[in-house]
Ligand binder design. Structure first.
Ligand code: WT7
Length: 635
């Protein structure tokens, strides 16, 4: 790929203006120069945020895996594509070259075909961070099957909901997974989930922990013997630009998780282009993103973006605390990592353990540090800058979402001067807007409002699987002709953006996006619970933690509160997963409600955050007396 790096701030503004004045010409040039097309497009962009409908590179034909693998074979066949760092460092790394990857993806894709998977079929992937995970994504993409990765920390009920929502025909899983000192029995979670999934015809099982598992006759098979027999040659299926590439579920403020649908060409162009610029990627760099491929960060910036650039991308199976809190830095030193991309929650957790773990290692290879998933607080930012980057590696605070597919607001390292807690400037081609409560755009700098995007970018999610109306209602109905992000933001005097957090009922806990409604539904399943309301409150490691206000039925009164708390969290773990457990549970006699019966979460949020100086307008409350009682008993 030729060089399309941005060199300095002046060039950034120049290119930015060009991208905004003529977006079609801008993206067309990038698409022309840097990718392999079976056929070029007839039309660069058509869009209508009212419908809403967005199409990029319509008429083009391609396969994303030819861009991520085949075209690198001649020049980079022996280069490491995926560097696998296992949970236990004693196991040793695995290096998968581009040639190996080509063969392994072809074999896997041939296995999928032999199991009857065709273009457009949905395949659910429920795997730990082992090479088979990245390979299975690419194998699906190679034959045009739509992958739906479910993070392997979700419970069987959460897995079943996602499998059924998109009618997956197959599940790819493993016997189990390693997580620090623990092993997790993934296959039995899948077995439980599949009791409620009639759509699944076959299950492929990768061997990871060598545990005893049962294979259901006619449904389950070990993966490896099938791969051994499969051919390592296969012609990629030619896809249309707008054919779906994958579905990835994200929480909404209400109801079912939303299956965000990403399509092929635009997603490829945008993730590749942002990867190269945001991480200032150069040919011999060793890039590491610590996310799990179960989230969008892993899809875009472990798999597709890096591989489309012919990069070496590290896949880490383990956790930052095993064998000790120096694990990240040991890996950075060992592989001479050049770009390191992680979440604020990991930074805060490691900062708590002291600098000894960082100081032991040579981190001089680092050129760029990234953060993503939630706002980074000033203290964590400086800790990262001082101790990891040693003030020599700029921090890119990258704001984006599952729905945006790629990074949207970010500094460009060595170009945009950074400012702690600010994601700084929109990426080239991105047109943010801040809106006031009346739905008017706030112009000029020094503004504070709801963050929207005015114009489509290539990797915007095209719909919610099976529910286009919900897509429209959630993202395009709050503000006319705008994509609404659900976040609040402020713009400073030079136009830098700072994301202030969600303005809806989504709470970001340790960088995981959690909707309050499904957790409340889980809590309410406890037979003693009458009603519940969940809000976030500030937490020094997790960013936010969950606070539950629970009112009990008569049958629950007089019961041991500690036991009730445990039982409630147990139900949440079963229905969603341990990430959604409540940190604090306060039992209350009532919940503050408006006359129309809506729970006033604003008040509950303030109480949980111990910020009751200004409670705002409570005059519309039906039962103001319960507020004092809740305040007196706050945890
Ligand atoms: C929400 C999206 C994008 C991959 C991981 C999360 C929050 C994300 C930042 C940041 C402040 C951030 C937003 C956003 N968020 N990055 N750099 N600064 N907030 O993807 O699970 O779809 O969550 O994460 O609130 O809306 P996601």
């Amino acid at each position: 790929m030729s060089n399309y790096h941005i060199k300095d701030l002046e060039e950034y503004y120049q290119v930015y203006r060009k991208s905004v004045n003529d977006p079609e010409a801008f993206w067309e040039e990038i698409a022309e120069e840097h990718f392999l097309w079976r056929k070029k497009w007839d039309n660069v962009l058509s869009w209508d945020f009212k419908k809403p409908e967005v199409k990029w590179f319509e008429g083009a034909k391609l396969n994303i895996t030819e861009n991520c693998i085949d075209r690198h074979l001649s020049a980079r066949g022996d280069k490491v594509a995926i560097l696998f760092e296992p949970n236990n460092p004693k196991e040793g790394v695995e290096k998968i070259t581009y040639t190996d990857l080509y063969h392994r993806v072809n074999k896997f894709a041939n296995v999928l075909k032999s199991k009857g998977i065709k273009k457009g079929d949905r395949v659910c992937i429920y795997l730990p961070m082992i090479p088979e995970l990245a390979i299975s994504l690419l194998a699906c993409a190679r034959i045009g099957a739509i992958h739906s990765v479910v993070f392997a920390g979700f419970s069987s009920i959460a897995l079943a909901t996602r499998i059924n929502d998109s009618n997956c025909k197959m599940v790819i899983t493993s016997d189990g997974s390693y997580r620090g000192k623990k092993t997790i029995d993934l296959k039995s979670i899948v077995d439980e989930a599949l009791e409620d999934c009639e759509c699944v015809e076959s299950v492929l099982v990768a061997k990871r922990i060598n545990s005893e598992i049962t294979l259901k006759d006619g449904r389950d098979e070990w993966l490896q013997p099938l791969l051994n027999q499969a051919s390592d040659q296969l012609t990629a299926t030619v896809m249309d630009a707008e054919d779906p590439l994958f579905i990835l579920y994200t929480s909404g403020s209400t109801g079912m998780p939303k299956g965000m649908v990403h399509t092929t060409a635009g997603y490829m162009v945008y993730t590749a282009h942002t990867f190269k610029n945001v991480f200032q990627y150069r040919e011999n760099d060793i890039y590491w993103c610590t996310a799990d491929i179960g989230w969008i960060t892993g899809h875009s910036y472990i798999v597709y973006g890096p591989l489309a650039n012919g990069a070496t991308t590290v896949m880490f199976e383990g956790v930052p605390s095993y064998p000790d809190y120096g694990r990240f830095w040991e890996i950075v030193e060992k592989h001479k990592i050049t770009q390191f991309y992680t979440a604020p929650t990991a930074i805060r957790a490691l900062a708590k353990e002291g600098v000894e773990y960082v100081e032991k290692y040579d981190l001089s290879s680092l050129k760029v540090l990234g953060t993503v998933g939630e706002p980074i607080n000033e203290e964590a930012w400086h800790w990262y800058d001082d101790n990891v980057g040693r003030k020599k590696a700029p921090i890119v605070d990258t704001w984006w979402q599952t729905e945006t597919g790629g990074i949207m607001i970010t500094p460009i390292p060595y170009c945009t001067p950074t400012k702690p807690t600010f994601a700084t400037l929109p990426f080239i081609g991105i047109q943010p807007a801040l809106m006031d409560e009346e739905g008017k755009e706030i112009k000029g700098n020094q503004a504070n409002g709801r963050l929207c995007i005015k114009f489509p970018w290539p990797s915007i999610a095209r719909t919610i699987w099976g529910n286009h109306q919900r897509y429209k209602d959630t993202y395009f109905s709050t503000f006319e002709n705008m994509y609404f992000t659900g976040d609040g933001a402020l713009r400073d005097e030079v136009g830098y953006y700072r994301i202030t957090g969600r303005v809806d009922d989504v709470i970001i806990v340790s960088g995981h996006n959690l909707g309050t409604a499904p957790i409340e539904d889980a809590v309410n399943e406890h037979p003693a619970v009458a009603e519940s309301a969940i809000v976030g409150f500030p937490h020094d490691v997790k960013g936010n933690a969950l606070y539950g206000y629970v009112t009990l039925k008569e049958t629950g009164e007089g019961r041991n509160q500690e036991n009730l708390r445990k039982e409630i969290n147990q139900i949440i773990t079963e229905q969603i997963g341990p990430i959604a457990k409540l940190n604090k549970i306060q039992f209350t006699d009532g919940l503050p409600k408006t006359r129309s019966g809506k729970i006033m979460r604003r008040i509950l949020r303030k109480i949980a955050s111990k910020d009751t100086s200004n409670m705002g307008d409570t005059s519309t409350l039906l039962n103001p007396e319960c507020v004092k009682d809740i305040m007196d008993n706050v945890l």
